[in-house]
Ligand binder design. Structure first.
Ligand code: NAP
Ligand code: ZN
Length: 346
């Protein structure tokens, strides 16, 4: 067993504390990663606070992991000691079902094994990246291109792939009008990626406070949703809307912004059910969809795409002692645009 230093929470209202966790000895195809940086995703907060249902505490969140390989199992073929690697939101899947075979492991028919708050194939609880080391099957590890520093690479492992995948799937290319709802961790990645894919990009943020950043990151237009004129002006405009908001919003108002055959994809994942009026969809043959992270092959493709297009998240590096404070700031939409924990401060 390998001992890792970590930060854990013991309940939905509890602060983070210093913890020691065990990582398994390397199996034949495992790699041991010394974690250098871990991003703070809003999903970590939803989970730690129990908003997505029952969690087994203590919980070590973190699924935006960037680090260096420090040991490999005897049958590994993809990685060697010293490689710069990343781990995202899942660490295993059945590998055999039709979705896994297609490279869509996130939709594994037996359920993917999440990086934390899951149970691995050995029956042990999975614990995430707010820790110094992790052991992962090489099939769930990706290569971080040399052009991307490890601190900015970390958020790509969730915020990057979660926006890249639907933009790719629903085609955010040239001639397409894309709106991104919410300029947070996911949103500011969606802006950069859809711009690089060639779409005309509009940000729909609660206020104009982050307008300058949005335009600098590649948005063509920026509107405040607290201004009701925005919804009148942009009625029936967009081919694709990516909703990254972590809370429930008035879906019908956003559906009204879709053109004929337009699609609104929810990646934002509030714990509470939402309501909608189907008439908002029926009238213009609109679709309402969801999307979960992306497969391993697509995650590598996304990293290479970001390297080629010079895309990187804007981050604020924090120490391990600042996790609680960072959570409060994310909840207050006071983050530009991703907190990343420097794991050397563990
Ligand atoms: P984040 O950094 O907190 O960004 C969310 C943004 O939503 C905020 O910056 C804010 O943008 C907007 N917002 C927040 N509360 C709002 C409210 N009450 N009304 C309107 N807008 C509001 O969070 P994130 O890390 O990007 O994650 C966003 C969501 O995606 C979370 O629910 C997370 O769990 C989910 N997620 C899903 C997947 C997936 O696979 N589907 C993967 C990762 C994360 P403005 O300030 O611009 O208004
Ligand atoms: Zn995430």
């Amino acid at each position: 067993m390998i001992t890792a230093k970590a930060r854990a929470v013991d309940g939905p209202d509890k602060p983070f504390r210093v913890a020691e966790i065990k990582r398994r000895n390397l199996d034949a195809k495992d790699v041991l990663i010394e974690i250098k940086y871990a991003g703070i995703c809003h999903s970590d907060i939803h989970t730690a606070h129990g908003e997505w249902g029952q969690v087994n505490y203590p919980l070590v969140p973190g699924h935006e992991i960037a680090g260096i390989v420090t040991a490999v199992g005897p049958n590994t073929t993809k990685y060697k000691v010293g490689d710069r690697v990343g781990v995202g939101c899942m660490v295993d899947s059945c590998g055999e079902c039709e979705n896994c075979q297609k490279g869509e492991e996130q939709y594994c028919l037996k359920g993917n094994i999440p990086t934390y708050a899951g149970v691995d194939k050995y029956g042990e609880p999975t614990q995430g990246g707010y820790s110094t080391h992790i052991v992962v099957s090489e099939d769930f590890v990706v290569t971080i291109p040399d052009a991307i520093e490890l601190d900015v690479a970390a958020p790509l492992l969730c915020a990057g792939i979660t926006t890249y995948s639907p933009l790719n799937h629903w085609g955010a290319g040239s001639g397409r009008k894309v709106a991104v709802v919410g300029m947070g961790g996911l949103g500011h990645m969606a802006v950069q990626i859809s711009h690089a894919m060639g779409a005309e990009v509009t940000v729909l943020s609660q206020t104009l406070n982050k307008q300058e950043d949005g335009l600098q990151l590649g948005a063509d237009h920026y509107y405040a949703t607290n201004d009701s004129e925005t919804f009148k002006k942009l009625a029936r405009t967009f081919d694709l809307i990516i909703n990254t908001v972590s809370a429930n919003i008035n879906m019908d108002a956003y559906f009204s912004l879709l053109t004929l055959d337009g699609t609104l994809v929810n990646v934002g994942a509030p714990g509470e059910p939402l309501s909608l009026n189907v008439m908002s969809l029926i009238g213009h043959r609109r679709s309402f969809a969801g999307s979960l992270i992306g497969g391993i092959r697509e995650t590598q493709e996304m990293l290479d795409f970001c390297a080629a297009h010079n895309i990187a998240p804007k981050i604020e590096v924090v120490s391990a002692d600042q996790i609680d404070e960072a959570y409060q700031r994310v909840l207050a939409s006071d983050v530009k645009y991703r907190f990343v924990i420097d794991i050397s401060t563990m």
